[in-house]
Design a protein around this ligand. Structure first.
Ligand SMILES: C[S@@+](CC[C@H](N)C(=O)[O-])C[C@H]1O[C@@H](n2cnc3c(N)ncnc32)[C@H](O)[C@@H]1O
Length: 239
């Protein structure tokens, strides 16, 4: 199937050539690599990273980047890939797309995947909201993971939070019936907002759950615990 997709974020321009202002869930951070990130990038990006412009191809198809058809799981915001590598190693029969816009994190993730000896993950650096909307068909996901999405704690920034009611609708439509969306946050006010948004989504059933024991403790989680914050895990099933 060929599809003409809308412009990606950062590629939208006004009629007079100015970049359009968009509300995004991330801010642009440094793109400079450390020597070890550079080594990991050089060694693995050709095999495991999907170049941004590839998604502009009307014939773009996620399966083709894995060379096989298999159940698809998306992780949004893997950071440096600590959870990605462990979870991927435990489900080699699954195609996992980890969507991370922060390129040094992508490089770290590539290094961790290589260390773990897994080849069932592809990295994509195109905004996850755009990607879920435009690259994943309705009912196309066997699972969705969002661990420690940026909390955007200031009230004026709440509109930048990834998890809200419109994203809940999008995620719910992308999950196949029976598939689970797992989330975690160290920000209790964000956890409450997540519960409110996801409880209100008619296609989802779930709530706060005990810590998912398959999920390794990431640097982010460790920092949250050290700062005295409570970690909340959530799981919602698409009905
Ligand atoms: C707070 S970090 C958490 C990293 C990791 N999950 C962990 O537990 O350590 C959130 C990550 O999500 C990424 N991110 C935020 N919004 C995104 C989006 N719309 N598309 C892709 N990545 C995004 C950020 O670049 C950042 O690395």
């Amino acid at each position: 199937m060929t599809t003409v997709r809308p412009a990606r974020p950062h590629q939208k321009f006004t009629a007079d050539g100015r970049r359009m202002r968009e509300v995004l869930t991330y801010s642009r951070r440094g793109a400079r690599f450390t020597p070890s990130q550079q080594r990991a990038w050089d060694a693995h990006h050709e095999a495991w990273w999907i170049p941004d412009a590839a998604v502009d191809d009307p014939g773009f198809d996620l399966d083709s980047w894995f060379g096989r058809s298999a159940p698809l799981v998306v992780e949004i915001g893997p950071g440096v890939g600590e959870a990605t590598a462990a979870l991927a190693a435990a489900r080699l029969d699954t195609n996992i797309v980890a969507i991370e816009v922060w390129r040094p994190g992508v490089a770290d993730t590539l290094g961790r995947l290589a260390e773990a000896g897994v080849s069932n993950v592809r990295l994509l650096s195109v905004d996850a909201v755009w990607s879920l909307t435009n690259l994943v068909p309705e009912g196309g996901l066997a699972g969705l993971w969002t661990f420690f999405p940026d909390p955007w704690p200031k009230k004026k920034h709440h509109k930048r939070r990834l998890v809200n009611s419109s994203f809940a609708r999008l995620a719910a439509t992308r999950l196949m019936p029976g598939a689970t969306w797992r989330l975690a946050t160290d920000w209790s006010a964000y956890a409450d907002a997540m519960v409110e948004a996801l409880d209100a989504e008619p296609l989802l059933r779930g709530g706060v759950v005990p810590r998912w024991d398959e999920r390794p403790v990431t640097r982010f989680e460790r920092k949250g615990i050290e700062a005295g914050r409570t970690i909340t895990d959530l799981a919602y099933r698409r009905s």
